[in-house]
Design a protein around this ligand. Structure first.
Ligand SMILES: Cc1cc2nc3c(=O)[nH]c(=O)nc-3n(C[C@H](O)[C@H](O)[C@H](O)COP(=O)(O)OP(=O)(O)OC[C@H]3O[C@@H](n4cnc5c(N)ncnc54)[C@H](O)[C@@H]3O)c2cc1C
Length: 460
């Protein structure tokens, strides 16, 4: 179906002429994290749930495929568009409509960025309880749709655990109102949870009620040199059982990753304290003094054995330098082009073994492949960047993917931890996904979107 001037006029009548962008306008914009995000035939930016419903009703009537878009920070191509599709951009719907500090909830429109909601919550000593590097741009709608995880998921759960209620516009244009504000609501099948991780394939999320959690500021940031993930986990557990201490962050970087990023951003000196196979970034808050907490950790015999050496950030500048090494992961891609990314989940007791066997399989393909690994240790979520600076053909890409994914299912892990499937992992889902689960997913898609206009070609 081609997008005609009649379609453009009709959609402009709903959202206003200046909120309809034609391809020539789209090409001037930054496409975000996938080059095909803005290749659509048209983009419309509604201001309210009612406008979204009218746009969807119009598109349904005319068989026009819709690609919902938030901040375009998604990393699996789930917001990629095609020239016959219409982008439904939610950026104008960015209001926080209610925040109740006593109950601990925020009702937000789906285009609000994580940072804006976090800042509003912080004013009341509260937090969204979820954090990721793209916080300034990623939207609540996008985060629910990808079921984003991030650095606090090991203690607060992923995005689905933050959602109490949700409003969505379905493929027919009708509005699903499930804006419950209570944590307990067993009313049969929990439909709102189907939208968490659906990547826009079941409908457009327009509003959500989020559960807030007390905001806890770190009192101590440590970078700990250790031998392995097992050692890093031992330290993590020691922190978790310390009295008067809450462990806030536990992020891991393997040497090649930490050294490459630190060098590229001019912070190699941060790692000078110890040349180590792995580095653990820990943040704690202690109810006593920070010194006592550190002493308790360093006196713990299990932690003592696991810690090779450590540095403690003495001020905000040092803290930010440590975090930059962890967060500026895209530096690896800039340094070594044509890399492939992976986002896997590994049971905590299998991380070292998995790292070793993936490395062996990759070496068997080509010893010149560079491997950079870091991740959210508390969830066993590892982010891999793999490449040698050379373009890779389809067969080699598939071989590298097999080397990374092989055996994950068998040990109870997952080939897709937190970035979703989009278009980039569709083939992997077809290959590694459970056939019965896939059949049910296809049937669910049919129930919600028989005409297949909601983000077609994604996930399934
Ligand atoms: C520097 C950086 C760090 C990151 N760190 C993490 C991390 O630690 N953990 C993590 O999980 N992810 C991380 N990400 C990935 C990304 O930020 C998340 O996937 C985020 O949830 C995407 O939100 P977005 O608003 O940008 O969505 P988009 O990229 O715009 O869209 C993502 C998907 O959601 C759909 N969508 C968007 N809005 C809606 C809506 N209102 N209704 C229905 N569907 C919608 C889109 O169609 C698409 O399928 C990171 C990305 C970057 C760039």
């Amino acid at each position: 179906m081609e997008i005609t001037s009649t379609h453009i006029k009709s959609l402009a009548a709903i959202v206003g002429e200046k909120h309809v962008h034609t391809p020539d306008m789209l090409t001037t914009r930054d496409p975000g994290f996938h080059p095909e995000n803005l290749v659509a035939g048209l983009a419309v930016y509604p201001a309210s749930t009612e406008e979204v419903a009218q746009v969807v009703t119009y598109c349904a009537r005319h068989g026009l495929p819709i690609v919902p878009q938030g901040g375009l920070t998604g990393l699996s191509g789930a917001a990629a568009s095609t020239s016959n599709s219409i982008i439904l951009g939610l950026r104008r719907m960015n209001a926080i409509t209610a925040l109740d500090p006593l109950v601990g909830t925020a009702t937000v429109n789906c285009g609000a960025t994580l940072q804006s909601v976090e800042e509003a919550a912080n004013q009341h000593g509260l937090s969204v309880g979820i954090d990721l590097g793209a916080r300034g741009t990623a939207t609540i709608g996008g985060m629910i749709s990808t079921n984003a995880g991030g650095m606090e998921a090991f203690r607060n759960g992923s995005m689905r655990n933050r959602v109490l209620g949700l409003e969505a516009v379905l493929a027919s244009g009708t509005i699903l109102n499930d804006l419950t504000e209570v944590p307990k609501c067993n009313e049969g099948y929990d439909i709102k949870h189907l939208f968490c991780g659906a990547e826009g394939t079941l409908g457009i999320i327009t509003r959500a009620v989020l559960k807030l959690t007390p905001a806890i500021l770190p009192t101590t940031t440590l970078l700990i040199a250790c031998e392995s993930a097992a050692a890093a986990l031992t330290i993590t557990r020691a922190c978790q059982k310390m009295p008067d201490v809450t462990l806030l962050q536990t992020e891991i970087m393997w040497r090649n990753y930490a050294v490459t990023v630190a060098e590229e951003i001019g912070l190699s000196s941060v790692l000078n304290f110890c040349d180590s196979p792995a580095y653990l970034l820990i943040e704690l808050t202690s109810h006593g003094t920070a010194e006592t907490a550190l002493q308790t950790l360093f006196d713990d015999p299990t932690a003592q054995n696991a810690i090779r050496d450590a540095i403690v950030a003495k001020n905000e500048r040092e803290r930010s330098e440590i975090w930059r090494i962890r967060e500026e992961s895209f530096i690896v891609d800039n340094t070594v082009p044509y890399c492939q990314w992976y986002d896997i989940s590994v049971p905590l007791n299998s991380i070292d073994e998995t790292i070793t066997s993936i490395e062996a399989r990759l070496n068997a393909i080509d010893t010149s492949l560079g491997i950079w690994v870091m991740g959210h240790l508390g969830d066993g979520n590892l982010h891999y960047t793999i490449g040698n600076g050379q373009p890779t053909d389809e067969a080699r890409r598939a071989a590298i993917s097999d080397a990374v994914y092989s055996g994950l299912k068998h040990i109870g892990g997952s080939f897709s931890a937190e970035h979703g499937i989009g278009i980039e992992k569709r083939a992997s889902l077809a290959k590694h996904g459970d056939p019965e689960k896939l059949r049910l997913m296809r049937e669910i898609k049919q129930v919600f979107d028989q005409a297949n206009i909601m983000n077609p070609g994604k996930i399934l």
